[in-house]
Design a protein around this ligand. Structure first.
Ligand SMILES: Nc1ncnc2c1ncn2[C@@H]1O[C@H](COP(=O)(O)OP(=O)(O)OP(=O)(O)O)[C@@H](O)[C@H]1O
Length: 349
């Protein structure tokens, strides 16, 4: 696959002070990458460096194999063929929807412009809105228009910064799915910043976790969830708890839940004191099991309950259980661990 976007040891920040450093990643043509991480870790700064709003302090950005940013060279934003959608829509208030979408199509003929606007309006289901002005639209509609405007000139790269964050949960999930489908249909390479991990998992081929200005993992959603590269990523992505353990051998760790074993070696030395990541889907409710835990909290999620459970020692676990198993708080229920990938880190003192 041809690389569309390549970052190599990219460092960037403000007033000469680095906010991100050493960021390297590759995104293939037509792939969608999402960046996630705690507030203030540098996600937006990274996106701005890719867009060309800030000059790198180190490393470089290549789009379609061409260097567009490095310490001594900055190709202007408008010459990068990069489409951008930000949180605050930024539609032109004095232009109607049609004119907003057609804004970047000055080099098209009138007919081509009308055709391209009609095509995008249909794709994004905003055909009815073409004669309206931004202040007449809901947040979701405005964001669709912003997306149509960004897609119209057929950018070689789309950058999206929290594009759905001002929408309610249901709307944002639908729109995220639709936008993902549209980008894929047109084979548009895209990078999206999001706080919402489910959104990232639903859309992305690759997800990057940024922590304190570093890209600490860049991987498929599956790998990120099941094989987090560090304790930080393990704690940040998904739900779960760490329980203490002691390494028996390359594949097994002794814990309060018994001897946990996995096919793949966990990589830590025998007899070392470790922490094992236990996800809610690793703990199965099983009345026939010898191990029991007491329900201390429960959250109804429709199809499932997320139970918080306490072992005899006081160690807490979480378990996702089909919601017809409705157990009251303080009741003991049978559990067993069913862990396919052992995610193990040296125990922190
Ligand atoms: N224009 C600026 N000038 C100076 N410092 C800035 C500027 N913009 C951001 N910063 C600083 O850079 C750091 C990273 O900010 P950035 O917005 O990239 O993080 P983020 O991960 O996108 O955060 P959030 O998730 O909260 O939006 C912060 O410490 C912030 O204060």
């Amino acid at each position: 696959m041809t690389a569309k976007l390549e970052l190599e040891h990219l460092g960037a920040g403000y007033d000469g002070q680095p906010v991100i450093s050493g960021v390297s990643l590759v995104l293939g043509e037509g792939e969608i990458g999402c960046l996630t991480g705690p507030s203030g870790c540098g996600k937006t700064t990274l996106l701005r460096a890719v867009a060309g709003f800030i000059r790198p302090l180190a490393g470089e950005v290549r789009i379609s194999g061409e260097v567009v940013s490095r310490r001594d060279y900055l190709r202007p934003v408008e010459q990068r063929r990069v489409g951008m959608v930000f949180q605050d829509y930024a539609l032109f208030p004095h232009l109607d929807v049609h004119a907003n979408i057609a804004f970047g199509l000055g080099h098209y003929s009138r007919t081509q412009r009308r055709e391209r606007v009609a095509e995008l309006a249909e794709l994004l289901s905003i055909g009815e809105l073409l004669g309206q002005y931004p202040h007449q639209l809901s947040g979701g509609q405005q964001q669709r228009v912003a997306l149509a405007r960004a897609l119209a000139p057929r950018p070689q790269l789309m950058l999206l910064d929290e594009p759905f964050s001002s929408m309610d949960v249901e709307l944002r999930e639908d729109l995220a799915r639709e936008v993902g489908a549209i980008l894929r249909r047109d084979r548009v390479t895209a990078v999206m910043v999001t706080h919402n991990q489910l959104e990232a998992f639903a859309m992305a081929d690759r997800v990057g976790v940024v922590h304190a200005g570093q890209l600490v993992q860049w991987d498929t959603p599956f790998e990120l969830y099941h094989r987090p590269a560090s304790r930080f990523v393990a704690g940040f992505i998904g739900e779960g708890v760490f329980i203490p353990g002691r390494v028996r051998d390359a594949h097994r760790v002794e814990t309060e839940l018994g001897l946990l074993a996995a096919r793949e070696p966990h990589g830590l030395a025998a007899a070392s004191e470790v922490e094992v990541l236990v996800r809610p889907d690793d703990i199965i409710h099983d009345d026939a099991s010898d191990s029991a835990a007491v329900v201390v909290e429960k959250a109804f999620r429709g199809a499932e309950f997320l139970y918080t459970l306490a072992l005899d020692s006081g160690t807490r676990l979480q378990s996702l259980v089909p919601s017809h198993h409705n157990h009251p708080v303080n009741q003991a229920i049978g559990i067993r661990a069913d862990i396919e990938h052992l995610v193990v880190f040296p125990r922190q003192s």
